[in-house]
Design a binder for this molecule. Structure first.
Ligand code: CUA
Length: 429
C-alpha cells in the first residue's frame, strides 16, 4: 500500500471526520458540548477551587504528561518499524525475515535508565503532595478549624468542636449541623472523619478528596476553599442501597459572614409567634458573591442557575403563618419525629437522624438529594422511601418491624399534617 493509499484508508478518513466533527461541536459553544469537553459539572475534579484539590490535579497531570510521552515514543517506534519493515510485495511476504538481534546492552541499559528517570519524575511530586495533602501546613496550623464529620446510612453529621452551644437542659455541647457544612473561605479546615455504621468516604471534588470514614479508625483530611462558594460533596464508598444519593454540600463564606452564620446557629431554635411572623427582621445579611457554576439534581431553575444565591435567600424567613407553624411543632412531637431529630430549644432531642435546629436554612434535604422547597419537603414527608430507598426515617419511623420481621405502619401523615410540618420545619432558620 502506498503512502497516498494509506491516507485514503477508511480508518484514516473516519478518524479525520470524527476529529473535525468534535472540533466543530466544541466551537458551537452549546452548554452540553462545553460540559463534555471541559468536564465542568458541579463535581468536576478539574475545575479546582482549593489548594489541596489543585495539588491532586497537578499530580494527576504530571502523570498524564509522562504517560503521554511514553505513548508517543513507543507508538512512533512501533509505527516506524511497521512501515519500514513491511512486506512490500507478494515476494517479500515469502522471503526470509531480516537478521534478528539478540540482546543489545546499550539499548537495554538505556531503556532501564529512561524508565527509572520517568518514574522519578512522577515519584518526586507524588511524595511532595502526599506530605502536603496529609495535614494542614505548619505555617497555617494556628489558623485551622477542626470539624468532625460522621457518616450515617445515608447522610452526614457535621460537628464544630470549638463552637460550644448552651443546651436548654443545662450544660453545653458542640454545635451540630447536617448535610451542609458551612466554613470560612481562605482558612484551612481539618475534617475528622468518623462513621456510625459502615465505611463511607468523604469527597468534595472541587476542594479535596477522598478519604474513607472507617469504623474504629481516626482518619482525617484537610481542605481550603479559595473563595466563597457553594460546593458539591458525595460519599465515595459503596455503603448500601442509597450510597449513590448520599450527598452533602460545603458552603464557604467570607469570614465576617461566617461569624454571622455561626452566631445565628448558636441560638436556640426559632419560635414563630403571631408578632414575629408579622414583623420579622432579616437577621443575617450576606455580601454578594460571584457564583461558581454548578447544577443540582432536579432543582428549581433559580436553584440550578445559582445554588449559592438560593442558599443565601433561605437564611432569611419569608412570609409565615404562626398558627400553622405551632400545629406543625405539635405534630413533630405526636408523630414521634422528636425521638430521632434534635431541634435545640424545642422538644426534639433524638440523635438518630440529622439535627434540624436550622433545617429551614439549608438548601437541600434528604442528604443533598432534593432542593429544600415546600413542595419538595412535602413530597419527601409523603414518601421518603421513594426518594431514598431503605432510609431509616421510613424503615424504623413510618414503619416499625414486628418480632416476626414484618413491617407495619407506625403512623401516617395526611396532606394537612404535612403542610403544617413543612411550615414548622421551614420556620427553623
Ligand atoms: Cu456512604 Cu456511600
Amino acid at each position: 500500500m502506498t503512502r497516498t493509499r494509506f491516507a485514503q484508508h477508511k480508518i484514516f478518513r473516519f478518524a479525520t471526520a470524527f476529529l473535525a466533527g468534535l472540533s466543530l461541536l466544541s466551537m458551537t459553544g452549546c452548554a452540553w458540548t462545553s460540559k463534555i469537553f471541559t468536564l465542568s459539572g458541579p463535581q468536576s475534579t478539574m475545575l479546582t477551587e482549593g489548594p489541596v484539590a489543585k495539588a491532586q490535579w497537578g499530580l494527576f497531570m504530571i502523570t498524564v504528561y509522562v504517560t503521554t510521552f511514553i505513548f508517543i515514543v513507543v507508538g512512533a517506534v512501533l509505527a516506524y518499524a511497521q512501515i519500514k519493515f513491511r512486506a512490500k510485495d507478494a515476494n517479500a511476504e515469502k522471503s526470509e525475515p531480516p537478521p534478528q538481534g539478540h540482546g543489545n546492552p546499550m539499548i537495554e541499559i538505556g531503556l532501564i535508565a529512561a524508565s527509572v528517570a520517568l518514574l522519578v519524575i512522577i515519584a518526586v511530586p507524588t511524595v511532595r503532595d502526599i506530605w502536603y495533602t496529609h495535614d494542614v501546613p505548619e505555617a497555617e496550623k494556628a489558623d485551622a478549624i477542626d470539624i468532625n464529620a460522621t457518616g450515617y446510612q445515608w447522610w452526614f453529621k457535621f460537628e464544630y468542636p470549638s463552637e460550644m452551644v448552651k443546651l436548654p437542659t443545662g450544660g453545653e455541647a458542640p454545635l451540630v449541623t447536617g448535610n451542609e457544612l458551612v466554613v470560612p473561605a481562605g482558612r484551612p479546615i481539618r475534617v475528622h472523619l468518623r462513621t456510625i455504621d459502615v465505611i463511607h468516604s468523604f469527597w468534595i471534588p472541587k476542594l479535596a478528596g477522598k478519604v474513607d470514614m472507617m469504623p474504629n479508625r481516626a482518619n482525617f483530611l484537610w481542605f481550603k476553599a479559595d473563595r466563597p462558594g457553594y460546593f458539591y460533596g458525595q460519599c465515595a464508598e459503596y455503603c448500601g442501597e442509597s450510597h449513590a444519593i448520599m450527598k452533602f454540600r460545603v458552603i464557604a463564606l467570607a469570614q465576617a459572614d461566617y461569624d454571622k452564620w455561626l452566631a445565628n446557629q448558636k441560638q436556640p431554635a426559632r419560635t414563630v409567634t403571631a408578632q414575629t411572623a408579622a414583623a420579622e427582621i432579616p437577621r443575617i445579611q450576606f455580601a454578594n458573591y460571584k457564583v461558581n457554576d454548578g447544577r443540582a439534581l432536579a432543582g428549581s431553575p433559580e436553584f440550578d442557575a445559582n445554588p449559592f444565591a438560593a442558599w443565601q435567600k433561605l437564611q432569611v424567613p419569608a412570609a409565615e403563618n404562626a398558627a400553622l407553624i405551632a400545629t406543625g411543632r405539635k405534630l413533630f412531637q405526636e408523630k414521634t419525629c422528636v425521638s430521632c431529630h434534635t431541634v435545640r430549644g424545642h422538644e426534639g432531642m433524638g440523635i438518630t437522624g440529622p439535627d434540624l435546629t436550622r433545617v429551614g436554612s439549608r438548601s437541600t434535604i434528604a442528604a443533598g438529594v432534593l432542593e429544600n422547597t415546600p413542595e419538595r419537603l412535602a413530597q419527601w414527608l409523603h414518601d421518603p422511601a421513594h426518594f431514598k430507598p431503605g432510609n431509616k426515617m421510613y424503615f424504623g419511623g413510618y414503619m416499625v418491624q414486628s418480632p416476626d420481621g414484618s413491617w407495619k405502619p407506625n403512623f401516617t401523615l395526611n396532606d394537612t399534617e404535612i403542610d403544617a410540618l413543612v411550615a414548622y420545619l421551614h420556620s427553623l432558620k
